[in-house]
Design a protein around this ligand. Structure first.
Ligand code: 0X9
Ligand code: ZN
Length: 548
C-alpha cells in the first residue's frame, strides 16, 4: 500500500477549515466517501429530462460541456459515484482514471522536429508553462518584423506575467488594420487549448512570406495570440505530481490536482472568504456582461459560492485573467475572437445567458457554421449547452461588437497528446484562419477614411485616437452597471491618409445610437475632435481633416 505523505495532515487541517466556512455543498458527505485509490473518472450520467440536469448542477457536480438529451458527462471525484447513486442516477464510466489517461504517453518522449502536422514544434507531450514563455520570446526574436511580444497589464495572484504575441506584416507599424484575437487556457486543466493556440502562432509566424494564404491574411489583419490566459492555474494543473494527484481522499471540493479548473486566487485575498481547499475563481465567469448569478440567470452553472467550480468571483473583472483580456480587447479593434477550451467538439457563440438572439445573429452564425464545417464540431449558441454569465465571448460582443466564439476541443480535458493532439490541430488551423479572414471582411465591420493636412495643405502623419464609453448591466438585482471604454490608436501614413477598420460605434447592447470620438493630433498641431457614427459594413469618408 502506498504510504501517504505529510499531505494528509495538511489536508485534514484544510478539511476542517472548509467545513468551518460552511460551503453550500455537502462536504461531510464527501468525507464519509470511500477513500479514493485513483484520480477522478469521466462518467456519463443518464438523465431523463431538464430537471435531472438541474439536480446535477445544483448538487455541485463537476459537469462537462458534453451532453445529449439523455446523458451528461462529468468528472466524478472521489465520493461522487456514491452521491450519484444515492440521488438515484445511473452512470457509465468512460475513463476510469483521468490522471493516468492524460499523463502516460508522451512523457519523456523525445521532441520531434517542427512538423507540418501540427505546425508547431510538436514536443511529443503537452508544453509546460516555461515552454510557452520561451517559445513566445523566441518567435518574437526570430521574426522581429512580423512578431511582436507583448505583456498583459496585470500580474496574476501568484505574481506571473501573462504574455502574448501580435503577428502581422510590418507588425511594428501602428496602422488601422482589423484585428483578430485567439487565446487558450482560461481553464487550468484544458491543456490542448493552449497547444492549439501556440501551434497556430508558430504556424503563422513561420509561414508568413511562404504560404500565400497566411501571407495574405497577415497582410490584411493583425493577429493577437495569448496561449495561456491563466498561467497560475495551468502551472498548478500541469505540474501536479501524478503520485499526489492520485490521492484524492481528502479533496472535498472537486477540481484538484491536474484537474484544477479555476485560477489560483488564494483564500483571504478577496472580500468573499474562501477556504484553503476551496478557492480560485472561474475566469470564464468573471467577465462583465451580465456578470453574477443574480436574478437573471444561471443556477449553478455560474456560482456565487467560492467552493464551486464555476465561482464567479467577488466582482466583475475582479481577476487579473479576465481584466487582462478585457484591456487587450478594449485597446484594439477586435473583429473576431476565439477562446479555446476543452472539451466536447463544439463551436459556441453569444449569447450564453439567454435564448434571445444577438443582433448580428445571421453573420455570427454564418461564421460559426463555416468554422464548424472545417473542424467538424457542432455549432450552436452558447446557452443551448448550458446558461452562463460572465463568459469571454458574451462580454467581447457586448462591449465592442466582437464576433466571439468558444471552441470546445476534443473528447476529454487533456487526453494523451500523441494520439489526439496532432489531428486536433490539423482540424482546427483552417477554422482559425477563417476567423482571421472574417476580421478582414469589410462587410462585417466599418471603415473610416480620411487625409490629415496642416494649414499649408501638407500631409501630416498624425496620431488618431478613437474612443467610446458604454455601460452594460450586471446580473444583479441592484441594477448596477459596468463601464467599458474602447480606446484605440493608429497613425496616419506619411501622405496623411488613413484607413481605419473599426467595429460599429454602437454596441449590440446600447439603447440608442452611440458615437466614437475621433481625436487627431500631431506635435505642434491640433487636436481636432470629431464624432463618428458608423455601422457594420459602412465606410465613412471624413475627407480632409485640417489640423491647423
Ligand atoms: O463553462 C465554460 O466556461 C465553458 N465550458 S468548459 O467545459 N470549457 O468549462 C463554456 C462556456 C460557453 N458558454 C456557454 N455554455 N454558455
Ligand atoms: Zn473551459
Amino acid at each position: 500500500m502506498r504510504t501517504r505523505t505529510g499531505a494528509s495532515a495538511v489536508a485534514a487541517l484544510l478539511t476542517v477549515a472548509l467545513l468551518a466556512s460552511g460551503p453550500a455543498r455537502s462536504a461531510d458527505t464527501r468525507r464519509k466517501a470511500t477513500p479514493a485509490v485513483h484520480g477522478p473518472s469521466l462518467v456519463a450520467v443518464k438523465v431523463a429530462n431538464q430537471s435531472d440536469a438541474a439536480r446535477l448542477a445544483s448538487a455541485g457536480f463537476d459537469l462537462a460541456e458534453a451532453r445529449t438529451a439523455d446523458a451528461i458527462k462529468m468528472v466524478a471525484w472521489p465520493g461522487d459515484a456514491a452521491r450519484l447513486t444515492a440521488m438515484g442516477f445511473h452512470f457509465t464510466t468512460l475513463i476510469a482514471d483521468l490522471d493516468t489517461e492524460g499523463r502516460d504517453a508522451g512523457v519523456g518522449a523525445a521532441p520531434v522536429a517542427a512538423s507540418a502536422t501540427t505546425g508547431g514544434p510538436n514536443q511529443g507531450d503537452y508544453r509546460h508553462l516555461a515552454d510557452y514563455d520561451r517559445e513566445l520570446r523566441d518567435l518574437a526574436a526570430t521574426y522581429p518584423d512580423h512578431v511582436r511580444l507583448f505583456t498583459a497589464p496585470l500580474q496574476t495572484a501568484e505574481g506571473r506575467t501573462v504574455t502574448g504575441v501580435e503577428i502581422a506584416k510590418d507588425v511594428n507599424a501602428t496602422d488601422g488594420r482589423p484585428v483578430s484575437f485567439i487565446m487558450g487556457l482560461h481553464h487550468a486543466r484544458e491543456w490542448p487549448s493552449g497547444e492549439v493556440t501556440m501551434d497556430f502562432a508558430n504556424e503563422l509566424a513561420r509561414s508568413f512570406g511562404t504560404d500565400p494564404r497566411i501571407t495574405a491574411d497577415l497582410t490584411a489583419t493583425r493577429v493577437l495570440v495569448v496561449p495561456v490566459v491563466n498561467p497560475d492555474g495551468f502551472n498548478w494543473s500541469r505540474e501536479y505530481p501524478v503520485e499526489l494527484s492520485q490521492d484524492y481522499e481528502s479533496v472535498v471540493a472537486g477540481g484538484e490536482g491536474a484537474y484544477w479548473r479555476k485560477n489560483r486566487r488564494g483564500p483571504g485575498t478577496g472580500t468573499v472568504p474562501m477556504s484553503p481547499l476551496a478557492y480560485g475563481v472561474d475566469p470564464n465567469r468573471n467577465y462583465g456582461y451580465h456578470w453574477g448569478s443574480g436574478t437573471l440567470c444561471c443556477m449553478d452553472y455560474t456560482s456565487a459560492n467560492p467552493t464551486d467550480q464555476t465561482y464567479q468571483g467577488d466582482a466583475a473583472f475582479s481577476e487579473a485573467e479576465s481584466e487582462n483580456i478585457r484591456q487587450i480587447v478594449l485597446r484594439h479593434q477586435v473583429m473576431t475572437l476565439i477562446t479555446n477550451h476543452t472539451f466536447s467538439n463544439l463551436v459556441l457563440w453569444p449569447w450564453g445567458d439567454t435564448q434571445l438572439k444577438p443582433p448580428d445573429i445571421a453573420a455570427i452564425k454564418n461564421l460559426g457554421n463555416k468554422m464548424a464545417a472545417v473542424n467538424g464540431y457542432t455549432p450552436q449558441q452558447g446557452i443551448n449547452l448550458y446558461p452562463t454569465t460572465g463568459s469571454t465571448e458574451d462580454w467581447a460582443y457586448a462591449a465592442e461588437g466582437t464576433f466571439g466564439y468558444t471552441f470546445e476541443h476534443g473528447t476529454s480535458f487533456h487526453p494523451t497528446y500523441t494520439s489526439t493532439f496532432p489531428a486536433m490541430y490539423q482540424h482546427n488551423r483552417g477554422a482559425f484562419l477563417l476567423a482571421i479572414e472574417a476580421a478582414a471582411d469589410t462587410t462585417l465591420h466599418g471603415v473610416i477614411n480620411g487625409t490629415v493636412r496642416d494649414s499649408a495643405g501638407s500631409p501630416v502623419s498624425a496620431t488618431l485616437e478613437l474612443t467610446r464609453t458604454g455601460q452594460m448591466a450586471l446580473d444583479q438585482p441592484t441594477g448596477a452597471m459596468l463601464t467599458d471604454t474602447v480606446d484605440t490608436i493608429m497613425t496616419a501614413a506619411a501622405d496623411g491618409r488613413f484607413t481605419w477598420h473599426v467595429n460599429p460605434s454602437t454596441r449590440p447592447v446600447a439603447n440608442g445610437p452611440e458615437t466614437y470620438q475621433l481625436t487627431v493630433s500631431a506635435p505642434g498641431h491640433g487636436p481636432v475632435v470629431t464624432s463618428v457614427l458608423i455601422k457594420r459594413g459602412q465606410t465613412v469618408d471624413l475627407g480632409t481633416i485640417n489640423l491647423g
